[in-house]
Design a protein around this ligand. Structure first.
Ligand SMILES: [Zn+2]
Ligand SMILES: [Zn+2]
Length: 269
């Protein structure tokens, strides 16, 4: 089986700890055939929320060529990005993309709530009552609809992300499965545009989105799914890729996607 990890953060991300050659070494050791580096390309700076419209591509390209030189015969290494917070400033998102080198793959991600919640990064989600989290989840879907209407990326990243932090920060396990109508609205926007969905391994915790949501996307005609660990360090590179392939099979998929220059390349499951 062809094994890919399509969501990996290197030192090009503020919270990444490994260089691209270091990531490639671990990927080879774990038997992966292909990886895609998807560093944070955000319209705001992490923690300060200051506007951001540039990225140090020279550093990434240098590491990429070193990694390809060392591991290129054993591993396909693609360059992508995780475009975050486009909804805060679509003009800056467009500048970030137009200044980038030719990327194979862009993930579109929502990590922050809307103005109603003061653009709170879900990472900092406080311990509150369940009604608060339900409101955050509704707001997340509103932001996601805005993002997919704009749609200048290849897959929607870690759908239902607030669940990660509701669990990590408050110990609560909630679900988006009872908001299927809103998810269907999102799928009806992305499927005709050829935008896919990411199955985010969530660093080995529960997958994002849930099997029920993956199944609904498939039933509606969705075919494009990438698999990514969202690793920021060596522990999670390539973790549970095989299990996620099996999950996709169970949800009715026959292929998963990798990408070349923005176009999906399908591999059988
Ligand atoms: Zn993300
Ligand atoms: Zn990420």
């Amino acid at each position: 089986m062809y094994l890919c990890d399509y969501h990996l953060h290197s030192t090009g991300s503020p919270d990444g700890t490994m260089t691209i050659p270091e990531i490639a070494a671990v990927a080879v050791e774990r038997g992966l055939q292909e990886i895609c580096i998807t560093d944070h390309l955000d319209t705001i700076y992490w923690q300060t929320y200051a506007p951001r419209d540039s990225f140090d591509w020279a550093a990434s390209l240098k590491q990429l060529s070193q990694a390809r030189e060392q591991y290129g015969s054993q591993l396909e290494i693609r360059l992508g990005a995780e475009l975050g917070e486009a909804t805060i400033a679509f003009d800056r998102a467009e500048k970030l993309l137009s200044d980038a080198p030719d990327l194979d793959f862009v993930i579109g991600s929502v990590h922050t709530a809307s103005e109603k919640f003061h653009f709170m990064d879900y990472y900092y989600l406080e311990k509150r009552d369940e009604a608060y989290y339900q409101a955050v989840m509704d707001d997340y879907l509103d932001e996601t609809v805005k993002l997919v209407r704009w749609g200048k990326f290849q897959v929607l990243g870690h759908p239902t992300l607030p669940l990660r932090y509701i669990k990590n920060n408050a110990g609560l396990t909630l679900s988006f499965d009872d908001r299927m109508d809103r998810l269907e609205e999102i799928f009806s926007l992305i499927i005709p545009k050829g935008i896919g969905l990411e199955l985010n391994i969530n660093r080995g915790d529960f997958p994002l989105p849930s099997p029920a949501i993956l199944r609904r996307y498939r039933e509606m005609g969705g075919e494009i799914v990438t698999i990514g660990s969202d690793a920021h360090d060596a522990r999670y590179i390539g973790v549970q890729v095989r299990e996620c392939q099996e999950l996709l099979r169970q949800c009715g998929f026959t292929h998963f996607a990798a990408y070349r220059r923005g176009n999906p390349v399908f591999h059988p499951l």
